[in-house]
Write a protein that binds this ligand. Structure first.
Ligand code: CAA
Length: 259
């Protein structure tokens, strides 16, 4: 990013990059500045050669309590349309490296949408998810109705979206929204440990697996398989494929370089 961020904090620890939402006084409410900074940091880390995994979390009491209500309360529909702010969120779909979301406390509204953009989601046992937009007289606008429905199906999505009901961490885990639950004090340590392990995987394989899984969400089986096959073949041009298979034959641990 060109200038220092105001609403997030970023750092790297070896191959793992961390992005922390940092407006704790308003429960990390996502104003437009914060969203721009998140997108900028994601893109920077995606381009950085030494980064292999990105972790997204929130500082303070929670991951985030949703879009900044103060910022949009007085908006009119044409203004919202011209702002076109949610189109920017599409940039998250183009991040090639794996993103792990680490949620503690609330992930509501736009913050739940942000969490659903992550590739893996870890949460604390007391985390709460939900789309309370309906209680504000609106609805999700950054992919919530789409990503939640694809993940849990129509019935549960309708129930949660119609009522704004909070989804417990246990329910989120039961419905496959969350990969793993941890005690609050263990969340970041366990997430970082997982991220470091993931960073040891061959980056090109991880990249193409991510692309193929995301493609599969929208594609027909035939189209998805075609896409998968091309990516499979492509990996045979990589040094890591040669190294991975040679190491297997030589009964030693492979050293992957991401080339
Ligand atoms: N926007 C702006 N400010 C927010 C906020 C939000 N989404 N959520 C919390 N805050 C602020 C509060 O106004 C409060 O500020 P003050 O201290 O200046 O009064 C501060 O953060 C702490 O919040 P609370 O005192 O409300 O904390 P609580 O523990 O009593 O309640 C909560 C926590 C249940 C999460 C409650 O804050 C809440 O309901 N927040 C709003 C949740 C919500 O509706 N999110 C959806 C937003 S719309 C959206 O996201 C649209 C979209 O799709 C993009």
């Amino acid at each position: 990013m060109s200038k220092s961020p105001c609403f997030i904090e970023t750092r790297t620890e070896g191959p793992v990059a961390f992005i922390e939402l940092n407006r704790p006084e308003v429960l990390n409410a996502l104003n437009r500045g914060m969203v721009a900074e998140i997108l900028g940091a994601m893109e920077d880390f995606d381009k950085a050669n030494d980064v292999r995994v990105i972790v997204l979390s929130g500082k303070g009491r929670c991951f985030a309590a949703g879009a900044d209500i103060d910022e949009m309360a007085a908006a009119e529909s044409i203004e919202m349309e011209l702002l076109n702010q949610f189109t920017d969120w599409d940039r998250l779909s183009w991040i090639k490296k794996p993103i792990i979301g680490a949620v503690h406390g609330f992930a509501l509204g736009g913050a739940f949408e942000l969490a659903l953009c992550c590739d893996l989601l870890f949460a604390t046992e007391d985390a709460e998810f939900g789309f309370p937009e309906v209680l504000l007289g609106v609805m999700p606008g950054a992919g919530g109705t789409v990503r939640l429905t694809k993940l849990v199906g129509k019935t549960k999505a309708m129930e949660w979206l119609f009522t704004g009901k909070r989804i417990s961490a246990k329910e989120a885990s039961d419905f496959g929204i969350v990969n793993k639950l941890f005690a609050r004090e263990a969340l970041m340590e366990e997430t970082a440990r997982y991220a470091r392990e993931l960073a040891k995987m061959p980056p090109l394989s991880v990249r193409f697996i991510k692309e193929s899984v995301l493609k599969a969400i929208d594609a027909s089986i035939y189209e998805g398989m075609q896409f998968e096959r091309k990516n499979f073949s492509l990996l045979f041009s990589s040094e890591d494929q040669k190294e991975g298979m040679k190491a297997f034959i030589e009964k030693r641990k492979a050293q992957f370089k991401g080339r």
